[in-house]
Design a protein around this ligand. Structure first.
Ligand code: ATP
Ligand code: MG
Length: 180
């Protein structure tokens, strides 16, 4: 399984619709300070369901929408699409290519879709949860995150291990079932 492409439209500094082709192997993003390198990583986390505005380096979620520059008006929505090559079948879905998209509207409301079909956030999280790309992603290691692992207490460390082992998904399902 590998990430094939990432498309950004109105996400943070990407006011101009931009598609990045992601080849297998190591990808380096280079550019001057403030040119949007970290915004690309934020977009990756966001489309996979990230809910923490702080993780995305903003104060609230609407901060991911292009806020405008002196020469360019703000936009009303942010949209990110991630295409994943699933010919290996690692994702539990019957498609060799899977496209996840997330849209957030400035006026409120957001949408998720898998291969064009509207889904819930939960569906995106479950689709990705056995790949390590789920809810609290261990595939994106941000600054300071290693510190967090090293400083975790026993309970937090257990949550890391459960997420990595794929147990957390079942625990959450059980919690949801018991609540109903
Ligand atoms: P560095 O090398 O310093 O880490 P970088 O290439 O990682 O820089 P980013 O942090 O990705 O840079 O981009 C920061 C830029 O994105 C800033 O100029 C900021 O104004 C812009 N930006 C962030 N959010 C928005 C938004 N909602 N609307 C418009 N521009 C935004
Ligand atoms: Mg950066």
């Amino acid at each position: 399984m590998h990430l094939k492409s990432l498309s950004l439209r109105g996400f943070k500094s990407f006011a101009t619709p931009t598609t990045l082709a992601l080849e297998p192997g190591i990808i380096c993003v280079v550019g001057p300070n403030g040119s949007g390198k970290s915004n690309i990583v934020d977009a990756l986390a966001w489309v996979m369901g990230e809910q923490g505005a702080k993780t995305l380096r903003g104060a609230n979620m609407a901060d991911v929408i292009f806020a405008g520059t002196p020469g360019r008006p703000a936009l009303g929505r942010a949209e990110v699409r991630l295409s994943i090559d699933n010919s290996s079948g690692d994702l539990p879905i019957d498609y060799t290519e899977v496209t996840i998209s997330r849209t957030l509207f400035r006026q409120g409301g957001s949408e998720y879709a898998i291969n064009g079909t509207p889904v819930r956030l939960l569906d995106v999280q479950e689709l990705l949860s056995d790949t390590g790309m789920g809810r609290s992603m261990h595939v994106i290691v941000g600054q300071g995150q290693l510190d967090q692992v090293l400083r975790a207490d026993a309970l937090e460390r257990r949550a890391f291990i459960e997420e990595a082992a794929g147990v957390l998904k079942h625990r959450r399902r059980k919690e949801r079932a018991l609540r109903k």
